[in-house]
Design a protein around this ligand. Sequence first.
Ligand SMILES: Nc1ncnc2c1ncn2[C@@H]1O[C@H](COP(=O)(O)OP(=O)(O)OP(=O)(O)O)[C@@H](O)[C@H]1O
Ligand SMILES: [Mg+2]
Length: 172
Amino acid sequence: MSNSVDDTLALGELLGRLLAGGDVLALSGDLGSGKTTFIQGVARGTGRDPGAIKSPTFVLMREHRGATTLVHVDGYRLDGPVEAAWLDTELMFGPRRVTAVEWAERFNGLLPEDHLDIHLEHVSANRRRLHATATGPRATALIEQWQAARRAAQPPDAIADAAEQGTHAAGD
Ligand SMILES: Nc1ncnc2c1ncn2[C@@H]1O[C@H](COP(=O)(O)OP(=O)(O)OP(=O)(O)O)[C@@H](O)[C@H]1O
Ligand SMILES: [Mg+2]
């Protein structure tokens, strides 16, 4: 669960630190659920300025170069599912690229088989629920490492508070 923009940025950052070339994040969720915000956190985790990640204008894909290139794909402007013929998948994915896709459901069947699905859900003005689902072994390992990083990042106070409220600190 994310209770604020900063929480979403922090969750993205923790995941971003774990990513390596070839990793693919597939983000889904309603308008304004926080997909772009999460990817800004991922950018920070990969040592980039989160401000470089922008909401779409008319651009389907942006490359942010570095030791590994961060590719931000945003299907917002697409009317529906995209056709494979339109895409330059060699630019989108690659062993030296980390790819984060917004509106990933529009790229069904076009993403590498092993990717990490992240679904964001609007709960209230400032709260968002995150669901991560792995579609292969690499994504499964990422979820495990991400959970461990979240537990480690959780200040002891927050864990105590959560226990008092009967909530699960390491939950969603
Ligand atoms: N906990 C939260 N996490 C992320 N964003 C939040 C949160 N609480 C409020 N917000 C607000 O929700 C909006 C999220 O916008 P963002 O562009 O990240 O969403 P998006 O899913 O990428 O939208 P779009 O579908 O238009 O691409 C921002 O205005 C942000 O301030
Ligand atoms: Mg967006």
